[in-house]
Design a protein around this ligand. Structure first.
Ligand code: UDP
Length: 491
């Protein structure tokens, strides 16, 4: 009876690695720094259970944080082969909602519910409990004004957004070039668009939106989200920049990972000399593009580690799963040039499918990152002071690439075109790799700028930094609003 009751936060992620990873970090922060009880729901479908396994095996859970596995789900009646992944995720959440409700009936009910932004269909869980609900947004804050304004754009603009002659005007942010529009709105006839519009229209219903960003990365848009009169009219909930929340635990010397071939190899390379190449948890290239990339790397004669996933022609089914994390059969001979692996021996490594990216980026030998510009990848790179080569593929990555190259100026563009079937040639790849990796004026400027940004970004999540304080404030508010003295205040 004397035990102090902890405030209980439930978190419902969606089944993407790029959402699960930062949301799990968020859960850890709440449990460790703010002494909350946290229930982290894990959805279970064929492909997403592989992800839960990944999370389970790669992490030790702090006190107070629990996984809750939802029963396996069969969504086949609601999807076809052409159903896009955002729709799939939304459908999985919808179908899981009754299971989450019955799970909650069996545990201590949560006091706060945090939803992934594709999980707005499950808001009724919080409403039935009469508890506050929040969104954890895994893309940059720059996308938020667009999301908030999408229902208005949907009413105002006939036809396709991509047919507009001018950039899209949205209150609170710079006009958005058509090429930078996020994927789900590029074809308004798709299920993805309808789901996106639905989720966007539900953003104003929450008490607050947590964003994995910080003041130093997006000062202007964060101010607009607080102050822009039109956005205020849409009833934009308060936005809390609490990031970058990334995997910070450094491996211990006994860590399994240290035994991995590439980490041993990295230890032997000069400081800042290795280019890391990865297209995130789901990005794939065409076989032709992979061949060009291999040639470009070889021509550049710079050290590299390339996490190579199967080319997309080989595995169209991959587009329907939630970004695999396990080893998959990957036949290098099908797309790497003849003799490539033996010619690059000593210079570079090619890894199958998945590598501990945050850990690799924190290695002192890494001096550049060729990235698909997923938001987590960008944050991890900046957090580790690594300049980038921007190679956007899908989702909001085209806008992210613009932010990296034109606003933050810590990356150079790889010259990727958004048209289907366009290929970046080896000469261009050689050029940008040399630009970022080989001694030169450009490289020095990039490196200095990213190191400066790194300092500020690290400060924001350190004790008394802006992001740290945002989360502490919310935590305090929660503790004082909810049954006051009943809850532990000792953090
Ligand atoms: N990731 C990883 N190893 C890989 C590929 C990805 O650890 O081989 C992690 C990466 O560190 C990041 C997340 O998966 O935290 C990918 O998120 P991001 O937003 O960059 O891209 P997405 O996968 O959502 O496209």
């Amino acid at each position: 009876e004397n035990q102090i009751k902890k405030l209980h936060v439930a978190i419902l992620p969606s089944p993407f690695m790029g959402h699960l990873i930062p949301q799990f970090q968020f859960a850890k922060h709440l449990a460790i720094l703010h002494n909350f009880q946290v229930t982290f729901f894990l959805l279970s479908t064929d492909s997403s259970s592989a992800q839960s396994q990944f999370l389970l095996h790669s992490q030790t859970l702090p006190d107070g944080l629990h996984f809750h596995h939802l029963p396996p789900l069969d969504i086949s009646p609601f999807v076809s082969d052409s159903t896009e992944i955002q729709s799939r995720a939304s459908i999985i959440i919808r179908e899981s909602t009754p299971h989450i409700k019955s799970a909650i009936a069996d545990i201590i009910p949560p006091n706060i519910f945090v939803f992934d932004f594709l999980a707005t269909d499950a808001f009724e869980i919080a409403d039935e409990l009469g508890i506050p609900k929040y969104i954890f947004f895994t893309s940059p804050a720059t996308v938020l004004p667009f999301m908030m304004y999408l229902p208005t754009l949907d009413r105002q603009i006939p036809g396709e957004f991509i047919d507009l002659k001018e950039p899209v005007r949205v209150p609170g942010c710079k006009p958005i070039p058509i090429d930078d529009l996020i994927d789900p709105v590029r074809n308004r006839k798709t299920g993805s668009y309808k789901w996106f519009l639905y989720h966007a229209s539900r953003f104003p219903l929450v008490n607050g939106i947590f964003v994995n960003t910080c003041q130093d990365l997006e000062p202007t848009v964060l101010r607009s989200l607080r102050e822009d009169p039109i956005l205020r009219q849409i009833a934009t909930p308060r936005v809390y920049p609490v990031g970058p929340l990334i995997k910070l635990d450094k491996p211990s010397s006994s860590s399994e990972n240290l035994k991995m071939e590439y980490l041993t190899w990295l230890d032997m390379q000069p400081c800042d000399s290795v280019l890391f190449i990865s297209f995130g948890s789901g990005g794939t290239l065409s076989a032709e593009q992979m061949t060009e990339l291999a040639w470009g790397l070889e021509l550049s004669q710079q050290r590299f580690i390339w996490v190579a996933r199967k080319p997309f022609e080989v595995d169209m089914a991959a587009a329907r799963t939630f970004f695999s994390v396990g080893a998959e059969h990957n036949n290098f001979a099908a797309y790497l040039p003849d003799g490539f692996l033996s010619r690059i021996k000593g210079l570079g490594l090619v890894i199958q499918s998945w590598a501990p990216q945050a850990e690799i980026l924190s290695h002192s030998s890494i001096g550049g990152f060729l990235t698909h510009c997923g938001w987590n990848s960008m944050l991890e790179s900046i957090y580790n002071g690594v300049p980038m080569i921007a190679w956007p593929l899908f989702a909001e990555q085209w806008g992210n690439a613009t932010m990296l190259t034109e606003e933050l100026r810590v990356a150079v563009k790889a010259g990727v075109k958004r048209e289907k079937g366009s290929v970046v040639r080896r000469e261009e790849i050689e050029r940008v790799v040399r630009l970022v990796m080989a001694e030169g004026e450009e490289m020095k400027i990039l490196r200095n700028r990213v190191k400066e940004l790194q300092q500020n970004v690290i400060k924001s999540v350190d004790e008394d930094g802006s992001s740290y304080n945002e989360l502490s404030e919310v935590a305090k508010e929660w503790k004082s609003n909810i049954s006051g003295s009943d809850f532990s205040m000792n953090s």
